[in-house]
Write a protein that binds this ligand. Sequence first.
Ligand code: G3H
Ligand code: 13P
Ligand code: ZN
Length: 308
Amino acid sequence: MSLVSTKEMFKKAYGKYAVGAFNVNNMEIIQGIVDAAQEEKAPLILQVSAGARKYAKHIYLMKLVEAAMEDSGLDICLHLDHGADFEVCKSCVDGGFSSVMIDGSKHPFEENVALTKQVVEYAHSKGVVVEGELGKLAGVEDAVKVKAEDATYTDPDQAVEFVKRTGVDSLAIAIGTSHGAYKFKGEPKLDFPRLEKIAAMLPGFPIVLHGASTVLPEFVKKCNEFGGDIKDAQGVPEEMLRKAGTMGVCKINIDTDLRLAMTASVREYLVKNPGDFDPRQYLSPAREAIKKMVQHKIKDVLNCSNQA
Ligand code: G3H
Ligand code: 13P
Ligand code: ZN
């Protein structure tokens, strides 16, 4: 079995549903996600951040994903999330990933174009697809924090120029989502007219939505019930994500919701079983919590069951 690219996945999904891209950091997270996708017969993107590569090491993640494909029989795309420079993208292309993201969104437009083009040329020469980003999301990713006032929405004309000049295979855009658990102050709002315009100006071209966790209140509540202290968390309402999936958004990135589900489960187990110290005892329900969360996303948010 070998990893698959997103080309066919996105072609099939366009305008109908979105494929989930879930962040992975260890074996239990990979197993929980893959079990859910297998049961739902869903297309699947597993994504690895620079932080995840540092935590678990590239080779461990690679081998775990290889094992997951062999064990489940599922086609999986393995994607680099938020590649910051050419070197990290090259290292993931050379190291066997089937997709990479070059995130040049913090650079001025011309620099972003030049950097993205450089990655596209290299990745395409090795048969690997590339996601670019234009516009700036607020929130925390790796050690980078972008304040809400520094976030900038994607300009539709620039998006067309960016895609044309770089040759990227998909584009992450900023329409109001943000990374982490604190996405909105007050009423959640996404700029759907902007998404509609970008999709109309780039017909059939796959759009990506980052920062798309919903931050379900029951998981925040459970974390807090068992010793956590998470205040004012708010995510993207599920109906907004369902709508985006019919408007040209082919890939929806989810990490925070998995973190919350896993942490709520571990907290609950340890508080309820103070005498236990076998990691398998608290990681088994945590893995199950990841599976349930991903299954919910696939069925009720992404609408991609039975599309593998
Ligand atoms: O967008 C960032 C993802 O949630 C990954 O987070 O960089 O802490 O692994 P991380
Ligand atoms: P969340 O923090 O909303 O889960 O977003 C994850 C993400 O965009 C990963 O690239
Ligand atoms: Zn992201």
